[in-house]
Design a protein around this ligand. Structure first.
Ligand SMILES: [Mg+2]
Length: 232
């Protein structure tokens, strides 16, 4: 009963919280560089080791095209037709190197904002990610982890905008800051959040989506800002 009351109190507090900004951070190659690899064996016996997101996406989209699969995340469909795809490195945080240009931003928790880690990882990956935040001394109690299991981050963020609608019919979220290294995910978020006419009705007039693309230049990281200018 005590727990129930505490949860209820927490819920009420959140209802009153004037949260207007969502800060959404990808994990791999945004918060930390890791040595995670994906090992693949195709039905024809060819094997590959994919290092990094780019190699992963290139392999998966090529294999999907070859097999006539046209969906956002082809991993399950490829497995069903006999591809062995070993993603076990992504259930841990393997040899992480902190990307401080991003974690410094994450550490400063601005008022009126809520901070998320949104990873496309599958399975039980959230525990190790939160442990890692603890390790680098980020207050993990202020961070909510979400795993999309390979599915669209754009859909998830669009859904978050619709979560709290104010009496004027508009979302209370007027600003989204999104930190991400994958161009595939950025394009998806631009399409589903920035340029999505279905959200026109609920976006506040001053709505802003700021995409911070994390670029790795041989171990030197920088941020490229991409602004949503829709509908202009
Ligand atoms: Mg990433």
């Amino acid at each position: 009963m005590k727990l129930l009351l505490e949860n209820w109190r927490k819920f009420l507090n959140e209802m009153e919280e004037p949260i207007t900004t969502l800060r959404i951070f990808d994990f791999d190659e945004t918060i930390a560089h890791t040595r995670s690899e994906t090992r693949v064996k195709a039905p024809d016996g060819t094997e590959a080791t994919l290092r990094g997101q780019k190699e992963f996406e290139a392999y998966m989209s090529q294999a999907a095209a070859k097999e006539g699969i046209d969906i956002f995340d082809p991993v399950s469909a490829l497995r069903e037709i006999g591809y062995e795809i070993d993603l076990s490195d992504f259930s841990i945080v393997k040899d992480p190197e902190e990307i401080t240009i991003i974690t410094d931003i994450m550490r400063a928790f601005p008022p009126d904002s809520k901070t998320y880690i949104m990873t496309a990882r599958r399975g039980g990956s959230l525990g190790p990610i939160l442990d890692y935040l603890k390790e680098i001394e980020i207050d993990h109690h202020q961070v909510r982890p979400i795993a999309t299991h390979g599915e669209s981050k754009g859909d998830t963020i669009a859904h978050m905008i619709g979560q709290k609608i104010m009496p004027d019919g508009k979302s209370n979220i007027s600003r989204i800051e999104y930190y991400e290294d994958s161009q595939k995910n950025i394009d998806d978020v631009l399409r589903k959040v920035c340029e999505n006419p279905e959200l026109d009705e609920i976006k506040p007039v001053d709505f802003e989506l700021i995409i911070n693309k994390v670029i790795n230049n041989e171990g030197q990281y920088n941020i490229q800002q991409i602004e949503c200018r829709y509908p202009n």
